[in-house]
Design a protein around this ligand. Structure first.
Ligand code: MRU
Length: 354
């Protein structure tokens, strides 16, 4: 369902080119990342974002870094810069570590890094396609159980193809359901403070002509109480061995509301999102703290189509900006993975993935 755009690609000159997500939905523009520093900056300032795409960019970032170094030891320093560019999405560390492991005996760093980064991305793309199929099967089951022909799905943040290649995670089953002819409508949480739902998810769904409605972040509970949400699907930035899920701030509150209203709450993830080193996600997953300005300023276009940022709070009021929260496994109906749907608990996850 990507249509004509790609979140990232290697361009004709062999450089990494990404869609600049900070400009969407107003301007669709790409950016070429020619150096390690540009890759690191693009991850930090969220030119690229979404756990899977951060991992993909990191893999190509290692390839970019290989063009700047003369040895594996020099590469290690660059790899560390990329690895530390954001703290929560484990796909970032996973991709860097995997690339470094593959490259450790390489005699041609540039050529090998290019090959491994492409392979890693092909793998992610095929996992996304499997997630699409397993997730769409659940959508069909829910419709059958409820004896309905159309489904209302709530999603938080952006977990489409801008966040994970090729089809995304949370949006992949939605795209697949639409392909199967199912009448799908998506409730899109705006996802303050950076509005990834209102700007990115709504943009993706518009590109694919999928019915959707943007809602203020606090609307989901009300909709659930009135039977207007059949299921919730979100993505994740890190899933601990016990099945706790870190995702964009506000996900936990949606899960609580879903639990209270018997609305199935699913989390769609590729294998690279598991972190088996962490046994208690709520206590141990590192949560990114970003600039308070992201809370205090809103971005949009004025009547002349110019992109502007405006202050929406008293100038001197302090704000705090946690990027993610952790939803405990007990609130999760299931994890939609590339190997099928499994319960969010240690034994089930270990059986399939370890
Ligand atoms: O801060 P972001 O935009 O990178 O956060 C993205 C999310 O929280 C997504 O829901 C998450 O990465 C899942 S999609 C892989």
């Amino acid at each position: 369902m990507q249509g004509k755009y790609r979140a990232l690609r290697l361009n004709e000159n062999g450089f990494l080119e990404v869609i600049d997500q900070t400009k969407l939905p107003f301007v669709t523009e790409s950016k070429v990342l020619k150096t390690t520093n540009e890759v690191v900056e693009a991850i930090k300032d969220m030119t690229v974002r979404g756990a899977g795409v951060i991992g993909s960019v990191a893999a190509f970032g290692i390839y970019t870094a290989c063009m700047e170094v003369n040895s594996y030891d020099e590469l290690k320093e660059k790899a560390l810069l990329i690895r530390e560019s954001r703290p929560t999405a484990v796909n970032l560390m996973w991709a860097v570590d995997k690339m470094m492991e593959l490259l450790k005996d390489s005699t041609d760093l540039v050529a090998d890094a290019k090959k491994y980064a492409i392979e890693l991305n092909d793998e992610e793309a095929s996992e996304s396609q499997n997630i699409a199929k397993y997730g769409a099967d659940i959508i069909e089951e829910i419709l059958k159980k409820k004896n309905k022909t159309s489904i209302n799905i709530l999603t938080h943040c952006n977990a489409g193809w801008l966040a994970v290649i090729d089809e995304g995670t949370a949006l992949a089953p939605i795209y697949e359901a639409a392909k199967r002819g199912i009448d799908v409508h998506v409730w899109v949480d705006e996802t303050r403070p950076r509005n990834q739902g209102a700007s990115l998810t709504a943009w993706e769904l518009t590109q694919s002509k999928i019915k959707h409605t943007i809602i203020a972040d606090n609307t989901g509970g009300h909709l659930m109480q009135h039977g207007m949400v059949d299921m919730v699907i979100t993505g994740a930035d890190r899933v601990s061995a016990n099945g706790d899920v870190a995702n964009k701030i506000g996900t936990y509150l949606k899960a609580l509301a879903a639990f209270d209203n018997d609305v199935p709450f699913y989390v769609a993830i590729p294998a690279s999102t598991f972190d088996f080193e962490i046994r208690d996600g709520v206590k141990e997953i590192p949560i990114e703290l970003r600039s308070e300005d992201e809370v205090k300023y809103m971005r949009g276009v004025d009547s002349n189509g110019e992109v502007r940022e405006v202050l929406i709070t008293p100038k001197d009021s302090p704000a705090i900006n946690y990027g993610f929260d952790v939803t405990p496994a007990r609130l999760i109906s299931g994890l939609i993975t590339d190997k099928g749907v499994c319960k969010a608990n240690y034994e089930e996850i270990k059986k399939r993935f370890n």
